[in-house]
Unconditional design. Structure first.
Length: 41
């Protein structure tokens, strides 16, 4: 299966990595926003 279509597998891994990076970035941004609002009050 992998030898039959390695390009599809590679693109799938890349998409998964991109989504993971996006999720981590949004998570960190959310934490930063919460801390900022917590310290401002």
């Amino acid at each position: 299966m992998l030898a039959f279509n390695p390009l599809s597998f590679h693109s799938q891994q890349k998409v998964r990595w991109i989504f993971t990076a996006l999720f981590l970035f949004l998570f960190l941004f959310f934490i930063f926003y919460l801390l900022k609002s917590y310290f401002s009050t």
